[in-house]
Design a protein around this ligand. Structure first.
Ligand code: MRU
Length: 401
């Protein structure tokens, strides 16, 4: 079985509806930036880098189809303004993950450059945009592979590896959304087949440990309230035959106390939605509690993220806007009816699990202070704190034009 989170070819984009997983694999067509905005807002597609890629590609598809219908402006400047407006709109879909804003900024630069000469054709600007959006998708897959490798190496070197040479890991939320993203897919401007590429970030580290024979056991949290852990991470771990156990978020601290050969957690690895310049990290709600518990138990706490998630413009966690989501995500739960013997997938029910009328606070993310983080795993290596106790994240970009 091949699982593809995104199916893209020129002029066509489909996303795997992550709200229906793990019970059904349903793909939604994304024709326009409006379709993408809604898919991101409703969390049919999710995870910081995936949000950026779906948004960028949706606009590529929209432009391609406008051109096919003969409706693309012949004036480069008009196409540039159209793209800029759509990107500004897409950025409003979810505020915390920085990857989408970062992608929009880079894509705007591309079209600005393409449209800078007088009389440039609309088609030229459109093509520059599409190629840049497609390149983002290729880069993302490559970054994931590198993150997995750097993270696995660091963990084997810096944590208590058991006699078996293996470690057990805990992760939170779902960071493996690009898994086998581009199977059977070739980009217009590359001959590289991307079959089986795409690893995920934090989950990519776990996959990499597993494929090296260095993983004893993986634990994943349920990740309330949206259950990205029990629905998506657990699904991927089962799919990949990785030895794994699901725990509720509230069991994590108790898990860290265990000292058995399989349960002894060497490190917690999580993804990120935005890493501020000082290393403070916004990630799925519950990450902060895990980091506090890790510190108390002397367990390493690692953040795995591509450099597109590091936002040097945001000085510290104080400056990160945390998205608040509807209360019904906490008070209601959705799933197929279970008749006692099996799941009835035709019958998806929403049930209330809270007292009617109770007030709800539902922040989608929290901020883990840099002091609780031992390392930030990126595609160019793992950054640790210097002798001053601070992360120097600027150096990750020193070679970037
Ligand atoms: O609300 P979500 O499901 O989009 O939140 C996802 C997370 O918090 C992930 O850990 C983060 O985006 C990193 S995904 C590689």
């Amino acid at each position: 079985m091949v699982l593809q989170a995104i199916k893209y070819t020129r002029g066509s984009l489909q996303i795997l509806d992550q709200l229906k997983l793990p019970h059904a694999e349903v793909y939604d067509d994304i024709h326009t930036s409006t379709d993408a905005w809604h898919a991101i807002k409703e969390m049919r597609t999710r995870g910081a880098p995936a949000i950026a890629i779906v948004a960028a590609l949706a606009l590529a598809v929209e432009l391609e189809n406008i051109a096919l219908k003969g409706e693309l402006s012949q004036f480069g400047e008009e196409v540039k303004v159209f793209i800029e407006e759509k990107l500004e709109y897409l950025v409003t879909s979810r505020p915390t993950a920085v990857n989408l804003a970062d992608a929009a900024r880079k894509l705007k630069k591309v079209v600005e450059e393409a449209a800078k000469d007088d009389n440039v054709a609309g088609e030229v600007v459109k093509e520059a945009y599409i190629r840049a959006a497609e390149k983002m998708l290729v880069d993302d897959v490559q970054d994931n592979e590198a993150i997995g490798k750097h993270g696995a190496e660091w963990i084997v070197k810096n944590t208590e590896v058991g006699k078996s040479g293996q470690v057990s890991m805990l992760t939170h939320c779902n960071t493996g959304y690009v898994y086998k993203l581009f199977d059977c897919y070739k980009l217009a401007d590359t001959t590289r087949s991307l079959a089986t590429a795409g690893y995920g970030t934090a989950l990519g580290v776990i996959r990499s440990l597993h494929s090296n024979g260095s993983l004893k056991h993986a634990f994943c949290t349920e990740t309330r309230p949206y259950n990205q852990g029990s629905r998506l991470t657990a699904f991927e771990l089962v799919h990949d035959d990785i030895p794994a156990t699901l725990v509720t978020d509230s069991m994590a601290a108790a898990l860290l106390r265990l000292k058995g050969p399989s349960e002894r957690i060497a490190a917690i690895v999580v993804g990120a939605d935005r890493v501020a310049a000082n290393g403070d990290t916004a990630n799925k709600i519950g990450t902060y509690s895990l980091a506090i518990a890790a510190k108390h138990h002397g367990v390493k706490f690692l953040v795995a993220a591509p450099r597109t998630t590091i936002d040097l413009r945001t000085k510290s966690g104080e400056d990160i806007v945390i998205e608040e989501r509807p209360g019904k995500e906490v008070t209601m739960i959705k799933g197929p009816r279970h008749d006692g013997a099996s799941l009835d997938l035709r019958n998806i029910e929403t049930v209330s699990i809270a007292a009617n009328g109770i007030g709800v606070w539902n922040p989608a993310f929290d901020v883990t202070p840099a002091e609780l983080i031992d390392g930030i795993i990126t595609e160019v290596g793992v950054v640790e704190k210097g002798s001053d106790g601070a992360f120097d994240l600027q150096r990750l970009f020193d070679d970037t034009p």
